[in-house]
Design a protein around this ligand. Sequence first.
Ligand SMILES: NC(=O)c1ccc[n+]([C@@H]2O[C@H](COP(=O)([O-])OP(=O)(O)OC[C@H]3O[C@@H](n4cnc5c(N)ncnc54)[C@H](O)[C@@H]3O)[C@@H](O)[C@H]2O)c1
Length: 425
Amino acid sequence: MPDLGQARIAVIGLGYVGLPLAVAFGRRFPTLGFDINGQRIGELRRGHDHTLEVSEEELGAAAQLQFSDDAEALKGCNVFIVTVPTPIDEYKRPDLRPLESASRTVGRAIGRGGVAIYESTVYPGATEEVCVPIIERESGLKFNQDFFAGYSPERINPGDKEHRLETILKVTSGSTPEAADFIDALYRSIVAAGTHRASSIRVAEAAKVIENTQRDVNIALINELALIFHRLGIDTHEVLEAAGTKWNFLPFRPGLVGGHCIGVDPYYLTHKAQQIGYHPDVILAGRRINDGMGAHVARRTVKLMQRRGIQTAGANVLVLGLAFKENCPDLRNTRVVDIVAELRSYNANVHLHDPWVDPHEAHAEYGLPLVETPEAGSYDAIVLAVSHREFVQLGADGIRRLGKPGAVLFDVKRALPRAAVDDCL
Ligand SMILES: NC(=O)c1ccc[n+]([C@@H]2O[C@H](COP(=O)([O-])OP(=O)(O)OC[C@H]3O[C@@H](n4cnc5c(N)ncnc54)[C@H](O)[C@@H]3O)[C@@H](O)[C@H]2O)c1
């Protein structure tokens, strides 16, 4: 294992997680930021981060950080940190291809005494069962003798300027006690909030995946309550406000559960559970409820339109927001697409507007065109799907001005005063 002073770090995969990490290490250690996406490397070399997680000044301050899309450049490194995506496939099964490919890259570059640390969210066991054997095969080195491994999950929250890499306590783990010591010391050198050393890689993997699973299930419960209270004609937010006065009532709100973490990670855990013969009822029920919320919002909007005599077929419906959450350009696994699909199934013309989202990305990812400036007085219904600050600033009156007289306004996020909208979750 290298001494901390001799660490030459490679961060593999420079997305929302990898780039801030590379920048933090690049202030203290010789660091190579590696990504297979040449365009991403190009923009970072020019000092720009389109994910808006890292500013130009922060990039400039990482004096020892270099970028490359050439795997040969990894050869001089002795610590490899993998931060590639861990998505699911169309059957909602873990798609480990990026992780396997990154492990091959590590295996070809790692030398004796090298350390491979995984940050990508996985199921318990994935690092040692899937990644380590690939490194062994590619490198010809022996695990825990010639090279070591660790797992240290990331907890950042895209778009959140308060909870940053440096300010969130970081869980660390290693494949031997010495590896765990080294990895813990490495992260302690950049994370001001400190570290929590888990007893094993599997414990650290499990801890990460349940953080998001717990959120998912809690939101699902509130979404289910919202479905029940809607049928009962009770305002869910008023109920939550009242129940929230009890000290141990948790403050979850109903809504769409998108993004590539909360709506995806539970499937990693359920996959592993099913592999070992356990059917996870609660987790999968939560997933089903959360995945149904977009269509539910659309159906309620359509019902309101019909009640007002607005014919849905051919109607113009404006959906405000496509990003998976507010004040963030991240489009991955946004469930706003479910609202769009359900509205379209009624033959409505859906117009999408999101000032945060790159229109080329929206088109490439979902085939959805974006309206640059919604035209005032043009829409039969408006769904406020994401509470970007621009929409909140516009206020209910400003948003209503975009609609025709009598247009329906549905507020998914309860971002506007209840009395000023026609319906909300
Ligand atoms: N974004 C978050 O909020 C967040 C928080 C905690 C954990 N995570 C987890 O961290 C991991 C990474 O997420 P992200 O949001 O940074 O993803 P991302 O999609 O923003 O970035 C991943 C980067 O990896 C690159 N890449 C893909 N395959 C590669 C390979 N084989 N070699 C080198 N580079 C490769 C891509 O080009 C991309 O630039 C995921 O497992 C995710 O679940 C994400």
